[in-house]
Design a protein around this ligand. Structure first.
Ligand code: BGC
Length: 760
């Protein structure tokens, strides 16, 4: 019998669901959960819980402590004030809160729950710790320019050390979304456009956050986000539609998640976007068939901020109750911020629309996560106000921030070896990013403070530089007399450092741009400075790749500096004065024009590729703009002069279970030492589905002293040649492969071929 209150429409829906449920893989998953390694006390605890308390364990809300940046980024929902939120927690209406304000606040909440709640289930405290907590490291995409995943592991470790000191158990990081379209502002938060870098940095960051044991008081749980394909939004518009093939999904967007999970990541976040008509938050195929059944993921799925409620605006849910039902049955265990699970799950169960066993299974995952974090043993494990200050911005953390910042800087151009500068050089430091406590630490920093960051002027001065500082213009507007003052300063100087680019507020969530350019006011300033004829070093501020033009593009030297975090100015001074030779490489392609986006180096050939030489009219091209990168993926210069030669193979053929070792000789013909990143790319010449013109398969960072020669060698196996074949499964086919060892995706370096034969 159907409940009396049920409409005909929902009855039909319910029946449909019931039969879908019978054959759904979600059901098979229930049996698996029973064999999961869940501490013995958890199931008896679940047996004692009311439906309302269960729904409470699946409800996460923004902290109502409020009052500063954290509350600004995520306005508290539900409870209107902190006292009311404590009462919600005590009544079992909350599993925890996020973007909290530190140990003092967490102590009050956790104590109230442990003293006064019926079941004494500890709260969990979550936060967006994206690139540091109090010590801020470069924005994630900038840090990837280091091509050192091990560095990202160390910065994530320090971020976890500081954040856990402030009572935080769980970070909504790493963001592992591949970003092939630089109009999309969240390119800043990930590892760029390449799958290999995406995989390596995802795993490294997870290892860093989670440490050796999640129960340690300095470990925090990671959350690989946003599952999935969030970066493939149409036209780079954040939150917008994604309509990509399952092949691209499996080959490009999913692998970083698989690497994060393989590294032990215990949680993931459903993305805001739809894929081919199905919002991720309601996507049973994605969240259950692929994630749970195919990959055997045992952890927890949390919605993004009101992601379940947004199913109404997407147009797949009729109302909040329907949205909660869809999200939950698709596989979202925990609801963030909408409060819909708390409001509707109990009645959905009572009305037979959601099986209580499925609710129990999600609650079990939440409690198992709290147990793994050691919260049942000691709910105050990470909460100690004295420790919060003691762990914050320690000298070794700031030293690491400086190391990460200097390794993130990419020198894209250095005509006439203008850089490095001598300390005696008279510098006119011009541009809106020259000085001041803004745009230093970068976007997506809940707990960082620009006022504690080192700006460029301070960095240069403390390195003993001789500088005159003139802003010249604002970020997006002229300043009265600004250009005149800047031109006068340039004329009185030997060299101009031009600190231009985009504000840190222009990238990150909801920050999409149609023109990824230097703003007009700054471009005008640059043209005026170029007219003085003084040599110019552009120090570019950017949260994405920018399409540079005019005097900015034509400057003698260009440093791509992202937003470098707490130690920004010091790190820049080291590179500018040559105390550290630039070693960063671009993890994203810099196009000639915005209109080339989405542009990524690992694109397909088309049937009519444009060959080198004179432009062929009926081959792929844009009018007047080359369809290449201005600065290619992988590009970055050093203070040395590196050549590539002597490509060699240990054998001409790779067999099914064998390996092939490919080597090249690097020589530093320059007068300074250089950290070179040698990159190995392959191209499958003929396969049953088209393959990218190049794919990065390996890289090595090697330091060469002046005059030094060194061999780099890479070993490939059959698995390195895998692609998603006709049957949408990993496939390797015999045939000829091009291989390059090169300094960028657009550089020839040294090039040869080898063959793969599918035989032993
Ligand atoms: C973002 C997530 C973030 C969450 C909580 C959302 O708007 O998309 O990346 O973790 O807010 O702050």
């Amino acid at each position: 019998m159907l409940p009396a209150r049920m409409s005909r429409r929902s009855a039909i829906h319910a029946l449909g669901l019931a039969s879908a449920w019978a054959i759904s893989p979600l059901r098979a998953g229930l049996a698996q959960a029973a064999t999961q390694n869940v501490p013995g006390f958890i199931d008896p605890l679940i047996a004692r819980m009311t439906l309302e308390e269960k729904a409470g364990q699946l409800t996460l809300m923004a902290s109502a402590w409020g009052g500063d940046r954290a509350a600004g980024l995520n306005p508290p929902g539900g409870s209107t004030n902190f006292t009311a939120q404590i009462e919600d927690a005590v009544a079992g209406r909350l599993t925890g809160v996020f973007n909290v304000n530190g140990a003092t606040m967490a102590l009050r909440m956790q104590k109230a729950v442990m003293q006064r709640s019926r079941l004494k289930i500890p709260l969990i405290f979550a936060a967006d710790v994206i690139h540091g907590h109090r010590t801020i490291f470069p924005i994630p995409v900038g840090e990837v320019a280091s091509f050192e995943p091990e560095l990202a592991q160390r910065t994530a470790r320090v971020a976890a050390f500081e954040a856990s000191g402030a009572g935080i158990d769980w970070t909504f990081a790493p963001m592992v979304d591949i970003a092939r379209d630089q109009r999309w502002g969240r390119a800043m938060e990930g590892a760029g456009e390449d799958v290999l870098l995406g995989r390596l940095f995802a795993a490294a960051r997870v290892r860093g956050f989670q440490g050796d044991s999640l129960a340690a008081d300095d470990a925090i749980m990671a959350c690989a986000k946003h599952f999935a394909a969030y970066g493939a939004a149409e036209a780079g518009l954040d939150y917008s539609t994604v309509d990509i093939s399952e092949r691209t999904l499996r080959e490009v967007y999913l692998p970083p998640f698989q690497s994060a999970f393989a590294a032990g990541c215990g949680t993931t976040m459903a993305s805001f976007n739809e894929i081919a008509g199905v919002p991720s938050t309601a996507n049973h195929w994605l969240l259950s068939d692929v994630l749970r059944d195919e990959w055997q993921f045992r952890g927890l799925v949390v919605s993004d901020y009101t992601g379940d409620e947004e199913l109404i605006a997407h147009g797949v849910a009729r109302d909040g109750r329907d949205a909660a039902r869809l999200a939950f049955l698709a596989g979202v265990d925990m609801s963030m911020e909408s409060d819909l699970y708390r409001l509707h799950l109990p009645s959905l169960v009572r009305d037979g629309l959601v099986p209580e066993a499925a609710v129990d299974r999600s609650v079990r995952r939440v409690l198992a996560m709290k147990a793994m974090l050691g919260l049942f043993d000691n709910p105050l494990r990470r909460i100690d106000p004295a420790r919060e200050a003691a762990r914050s911005r320690r000298p070794e953390a700031l030293a690491l921030a400086r190391e990460a910042a200097r390794k993130s800087i990419v020198m894209a151009k250095n005509d006439g070896d203008l850089l490095p500068l001598a300390r005696a050089t008279r510098i006119a430091l011009i541009g809106p990013f020259s000085s001041g406590a803004h745009d230093i630490i970068g976007g997506w920093s809940v707990y960082g403070d620009d006022a504690q960051g080192v700006d460029l002027a301070t960095g240069l001065r403390s390195a003993g530089g001789q500088i005159t500082v003139v802003p010249g213009c604002g970020i997006d507007a002229p300043l009265p007399g600004g250009i005149e003052a800047a031109v006068a300063a340039a004329q009185a100087a030997d060299v101009v450092l031009l600190a231009v680019g985009e504000s840190q507020e222009w990238s990150g969530e909801a920050q999409s741009r149609t023109e990824i350019t230097v703003p007009a006011a700054q471009q005008r300033l640059a043209e005026a400075i170029a007219a003085t004829g003084k040599p110019i070093v552009v120090v570019l501020k950017n949260g994405r790749a920018l399409a540079l033009s005019g005097a900015v593009r034509d400057a003698s030297a260009i440093l791509i500096t992202w937003q470098l975090g707490s130690e920004s100015g010091h790190a820049l001074a080291e590179v500018i004065y040559g105390d550290y030779g630039p070693s960063g490489r671009l993890p994203i392609s810099f196009p000639h024009e915005s209109g080339q986006e989405p542009y990524h180096y690992d694109h397909k050939s088309t049937g009519r590729p444009q060959a080198a030489g004179p432009l062929q009219p009926y081959k792929a091209h844009y009018r007047g703009v080359p369809d290449t990168a201005l600065f290619a993926f992988g590009h970055g210069l050093t203070y040395g002069k590196i050549s590539y030669s002597d490509l060699a193979f240990d054998k001409p053929v790779l067999s099914r279970d064998g390996s092939i070792t490919i080597s090249a000789k690097l020589t530093n013909h320059g007068r300074r030492s250089a950290a070179e990143v040698a990159q190995l790319y392959i191209h499958d010449r003929a396969a049953s589905v088209t393959r990218p013109v190049r794919e990065l398969k390996a890289f090595a960072k090697v330091t060469l002293e002046p005059g030094e020669k060194r061999d780099v060698q890479f070993t490939l196996h059959r698995t390195d040649l895998t692609f998603i074949g006709m049957g949408l499964t990993p496939t390797v086919e015999p045939g000829q492969f091009d291989v390059w060892i090169a300094p960028s995706a657009q550089d020839e370096g040294v090039h040869g071929t080898f063959e793969f034969v599918d035989a032993v």
